[in-house]
Design a protein. Structure first.
Length: 231
């Protein structure tokens, strides 16, 4: 652990190294809202990473009476595995490649470039679909960045970089579950991390924190955002 990192990470000790601790993303959002109660009725904005992060973030924003928006970022995936990522693209055009992943594959430069282009198009389409022409929030206020879990952390690191590029001064990362080692790699990039369920071990899957798990479709994200009203 990095010196001083421990006081930046807030977890629930009773959930440490446990699996299937949340009924679903909504319950995970309620648990995080309880941990983030000091932000209630404040100036912070909740930024969800689509798609899965939106279902968690909407509960946090509603419970704490905070504004809700999205930070579109997407991993770049090889054609043979849509779960693995060899990089990520963020809403501002920030692109980062995971050289460690690429070094273990035999992807050609053409395959890599095609994946980047496809992901850039996906991100641009999602930004237009989910945000339209609205300006980004005022980043003078704290940002609570929310996803439904953190495995390698690579995608969230790219999202954080994009937010810093946009002038964000204070980023609080809120994720229901995370791999312990990956979480440590993110620690120095944000002001604080709230993660009730931290797990170690060789094998880690975000889905194993949830009793009920399924992909969140774009149509679901659109409905969640359109229905959202703070308390």
């Amino acid at each position: 652990m990095n010196p001083g990192a421990e006081h930046k990470i807030f977890e629930l000790k009773e959930l440490h190294n446990r699996s299937y601790v949340f009924k679903d993303r909504s319950e995970a959002g309620k648990v995080l809202a309880g941990m983030l109660k000091d932000y209630r009725n404040g100036e912070a904005v909740v930024l969800a990473v689509p798609a899965g992060g939106v279902a968690v973030a909407v509960v946090i924003a509603r419970e704490l009476n905070l504004r809700l928006d999205v930070a579109v970022v997407s991993k770049i995936t090889p054609s043979w595995n849509t779960e693995a990522g060899y990089g990520a693209v963020a809403f501002d055009g920030t692109i980062r490649l995971n050289e460690g992943f690429l070094s273990r594959t035999r992807m050609s430069d053409q395959e890599i470039e095609e994946g980047i282009k496809k992901t850039e198009q996906k991100v641009a389409r999602r930004v237009k679909l989910l945000r339209g022409d609205r300006p980004m929030p005022d980043f003078k206020h704290p940002v609570i960045l929310v996803d439904d879990g953190l495995a390698s952390g690579f995608t969230l690191v790219v999202a954080i970089e994009a937010l810093r590029n946009a002038g964000c001064q204070e980023i609080i990362l809120a994720v229901p579950t995370a791999h312990e080692e990956s979480l440590q790699r993110v620690t120095e990039k944000v002001e604080a991390i709230y993660c009730p369920n931290i797990r170690g071990g060789f094998s880690f899957a975000v889905a194993e924190a949830y009793e009920n798990w399924s992909d969140v479709e774009e149509a679901d994200v659109i409905k969640i955002l359109s229905d959202f009203k703070p308390n």
